[in-house]
Design a protein around this ligand. Structure first.
Ligand SMILES: O=C(O)C(=O)C[C@]1(C(=O)O)C=C[C@@H](O)C=C1
Length: 153
């Protein structure tokens, strides 16, 4: 029976030499391909870690926006980000249209997450306002007070 440790990436199940070209190309060509692919694998792993860090940061933004009832999207910020990334892409000889599409793809996902966080936040605060106070008020009036008391306008 195989033991799975979920704290450690399961690199054992990854076959870095998996290829549909196996047996169809010269060994030397295959060796060169595998060598380049090893860099690609490192870059892909880095991308995953970078994206995970970015989503950790945007999750904090999502909580902040939900707590202050701010809109999920900020088009002014996005315009500035896209212009900057297009400039950086040009300098790096990366297709600026691709850089823009990629950022828009990520931001679209971030906005979905923000909306889900805001919905959860609204549901939780609505629930808190509906819950009856379980502790009777000390003056016997039955009027709730304290940190969980509901505040209605
Ligand atoms: O900076 C923000 O306000 C965010 O919510 C983050 C982010 C992003 O992913 O960079 C996402 C949505 C906004 O429209 C702008 C930027």
């Amino acid at each position: 029976m195989t033991q799975h440790n979920h704290d450690v990436p399961d690199s054992g199940s990854y076959d870095a030499s998996a290829s549909s070209l196996a047996g169809q190309v010269d060994n030397s060509v295959m060796a060169e391909l595998l060598s380049i692919r090893s860099s690609i694998d490192n870059i892909d792993a880095t991308l995953v870690f970078l994206l995970a860090e970015r989503f950790k940061a945007t999750q904090k933004v999502g909580f902040l926006k939900a707590a202050h009832r701010l809109p999920a999207g900020d088009p002014g910020r996005e315009t500035a980000q896209i212009a900057r990334l297009r400039r950086l892409a040009e300098e790096a000889h990366l297709d600026p249209a691709f850089a823009e599409k990629f950022l828009n793809f990520i931001i679209g996902e971030v906005i979905r997450h923000h909306e889900a966080i805001a919905e959860d936040h609204e549901a939780a605060s609505g629930k808190q306002n509906r819950e009856p106070e379980t502790q009777p008020a000390p003056d016997g009036t039955g009027v709730a007070s304290g940190p969980h008391a509901s505040v209605t306008a």
